[in-house]
Each structure stands twice: as C-alpha cells, then as structure tokens.
Write a protein that binds this ligand. Sequence first.
Ligand code: PBG
Length: 326
Amino acid sequence: MNQAIRFRRRRRSAAIRDLVRETQLTTDDLILPIFVQEGISEPVTIESMPGVVRYPEDQLAQAVQNAWQLGIKAVLLFGVSENKDDTGSDTWREDGLLARMIRTAKAAAPDMLVISDNCFCEYTSHGHCGVVCDHDVDNDKTLKNLQKQVVNCARAGVDMIAPSGMMDGMIAAIRDALDSSGYSHIPVMSYSTKFASAFYGPFRDAVDSTFKGSRNTYQMDPANGREALAESLEDEAQGADLLMVKPGTAYLDVIADIRANSALPLAVYHVSGEYAMIKAAASAGVIDEQAIVLETMLAFKRAGADLIITYYATDLAHWLTPSQAD
Ligand code: PBG
C-alpha cells in the first residue's frame, strides 16, 4: 500500500465530508409535476403512486401555493381531459383545460415558474401523442397543432414550454410559432431524449389513458445511446433552452454523455415507475425510503443533470433542510 495516499483522511468527520462533497442537491433543483382532472370534486389517489393525486381543478391553486410555501419554485402541469377528440383540440382552445390550468397556477403564485407539459396524449380519444393517420402519428400534422397549442399556453401566461411528444422538428416549429406571435422571451425545455420506457406504466394509470398501443415509432429505443445524444444535440441546434433525459435511473450514461457534449442546462425526469418502485419497496420495509431517494437524486446530479422533475419534490423539500443529518 502506498502510505502517502489515504482517502480516509478526508472522511474523518462530518465537517470535512461536507467540505469536500462534490455534488449538492437543493430544493432549487426541483420541479414538481401536478395532475389536474376535469369532472372530479375530490382529489383522486393514484393507486400505484402513493402520495400522488389527481386534483380537481378548484384545488390546483392551493396545490401550487403549498408547493411555493415549501420552497418549490417550479411546477409542471398535466391535464386529464374530459374533452378528448381525434386531434386534442382542447389544448389550443382559450378556455380549454391546459390554458385554464396555466391561468389558475399563475394567479395562485405569480412568482412560481409554471411549465406546461405540451403533448396531446391526455387530450386525444386514441391516446397517441399527435394526429393519427394510417395507424401512425403524422409528424408534420402534429407539429401544426403543437404550434397552436404552445401559442395558446403563451397567451395564458405560461413561463416555460415543455414539449414531450418526441416529434421531429418540434423545437424549430415551436420556436417559429412563439417568435412570430410575440413570445420570443418564453423558453423551451425539450423532452429531448425520451425513451419508449416501461417505467411510464403508473403514469398511464394516473392520466387514465385509454391508450393500448405503443409509442415506439416516436419515442426512443432504450438500446440506443448514440442516438440519445444526437436527439438532444438536434434539439439544441433547433433552439431548445434546456434539454432533458427521461427516465433517469436506468439512463445515467445518457445524462453523462449529453452533459459532456452540451453546455445547456439538463433536466432529468424521475418518472412514475421509478417513484412507484421506491414506494413499493419502502412499504415492504426492505429499503430506507428517504436515503434511497436522496441517493438517487444525487446520482442524477453527479451524472450531470442540473434539475430534477420528480413526484418526490414535496418530500425532498421537507428533507433538504440546512440541518440535514449526515
Ligand atoms: C406523455 C407523457 C408520458 C409521461 C409524461 N408525458 C407518458 C408516455 O409517454 O407514455 C410519463 C411521466 C411519468 O411516467 O412519470 N407523452
């Protein structure tokens, strides 16, 4: 053994460990997803995701204010629509659910960063993320509708657009629409590298999706690492302001690769299945929930993510107090 090198010298006390810690996690890093469902009067629990609910619309304001009081500064809004059709036209109506949620959230907490999940799957009768033609989602027809959708969100006062449909050219199309409508100041956080993942299973319960098929013709093959980087770099080239990898835990290599090749802020989405697995293991008494969640979030940041979208945001806001035990 080389006596000169002793790593343990830097581990002798909590004070020195805190001093040399390379990665920090704070509430500022977190984005809380919120689900709102039309036509309910009480919150509905999501069975596979204990602690996560679908709110009735009249409880959204309170949910946003509660998050703000905990120190959470960004929310990501998902609507569960009752007005579904072939194209998801509710998303570009001024009085549609998406626009109403944005107005309500902004009025409830004006300084909260309100982000819209910009997709169609929760507003289409078939559950696909766009217009279906010949049994597949038509990319360019979907882009036209997405342009109407994002301008509608901008008019409603949204702070950031987050397109999750994995259409080719979606960032350029969104940028065009926003810029030509007077919204060149609104940033776009692209779901730039989104995999066709089994980890979304509980989310599909959460949004009551009638969806039966697969999204393999637009979301990415989990086998492809080089393509994962290319997808994010393409969105950067089209003008995305922030990039994203989704899901997180099984894709740390992809996060690290994008971090090494882009200077943009990078988000990671800790998705429903990742949440549900921790919850299930914790309720079976086989893991320490808080320790596992903190370690997972730290791993995202160590891999290169700057921000984390997670259903654990409210728990984390409680756990991440300055006096947090070592
Ligand atoms: C819709 C969408 C999905 C998620 C967010 N937006 C599901 C999917 O693509 O099937 C998943 C979120 C989660 O699992 O937590 N495009």
